[in-house]
Design a protein around this ligand. Sequence first.
Ligand code: NAI
Length: 392
Amino acid sequence: MIIEPKVREFICTTAHPEGCRENVKQQIAYVKAQNIKKGPKKVLVIGASTGYGLASRITAGFGCEAATIGIFFEKPSNGKRTATPGWYNTAAFEEEAHKAGIYAKSINGDAFSCEIKEKTIDLIKKDWGKADMVIYSLAAPRRTDKNGNLWVSSLKTTKEAFTEKSLDLRNNTIVEKTVEPAKPEEIQGTKKVMGGEDWMEWIEALKDADVIEENALTVAYSYIGPELTYPIYFDGTIGQAKRHLENTAKVMREKFPKLQAYVSVNKALVTQASAAIPIVPLYFAILYKVMKEVGNHEGCIEQISRLFKEKLFKESVPTDAEGRIRMDDWELSEEVQRKVVEAWKQVTTENVTEISDIEGYWEDFYQMFGFHLAGVDYTKDVDMEVKIPSID
Ligand code: NAI
């Protein structure tokens, strides 16, 4: 059938298998051209199907020729609805990896559960012996913990209500949006879902089962962003969760002294997770415009291949005073932020297309779901039921 995008505010409810394949292929081609050289051999990627996790899997697989096991939570097609983009991305990734003789297997299920941790451990034992790198790139709205408690993540402030300009994604107009303060249980819920507890549980489970090298590298992704978005991000519920994640890296290093545990603070980019944060999409659209003009705009694959090439596998990993790797260095540079603030003050519905890269924002958005990719014939019939080779 012919698949078209169906956009509802910050989500697209369809995905295009051929477009997702093209997207993965373009990322593979980019990574191969980077000549990364040094890297890991056996990499477990938790949250491997879209955004930063997919870029990490592609960088490990095609930049370093590493074997990868990818964990994610995606839906296959049921014959009526398309699969989710992460499903199609993974099918394409595995096919390309197998063609290139690179090991790639995947597990679809709830990474927070004991069942998926056990399944992963069994697979590592059977096929690898031990993993030498674990990338933690989950972005989830809720988590059932190992005791059966359900936690829900929120995107709210932790102090007073916050009102700012925002992009109404339904019609590209500039509106004012108020984000309400969180109740204590919402802060706690966000920390439980997006903080470091589950990352630690993964590492402990892998250690207990003896399926991770003693000096393995583990990396989780965080975000800080500019002062402009502090009330909703850095000082908001999600920021509290990220501080917990960052602290978990420290706790891990103390508990397992030979383990190299890092948090990488990445750049703001349109992904399924970030498009849902209020106020932030307008910042993205302005940031894209400024960084493209300055000449240092990056997408997920550029960020992660730079992380591998220039940070993770150096003699000593460069970090800030808090021990974090800063991939947001270019985003937070004085020049970029000064220009972002100037544009933010000026932006209105009338001038939003000139002042911000709203077109670039939407191009990234559509491409996440496999649409608007050059070289794909969207008028052709496609089969939406696609198999991931390693999943029955
Ligand atoms: P994303 O939405 O593209 O990817 C999330 C991944 O998690 C997908 O592979 C999804 O299948 C998987 N997932 C979600 N719930 C799951 C579950 N219960 N079990 C198994 N897999 C599950 O998100 P994105 O943006 O790539 O985020 C990844 C990490 O990077 C997050 O920690 C996020 O905070 C961080 N980050 C994102 C930035 C951005 O601007 N997008 C900036 C800096 C950090």
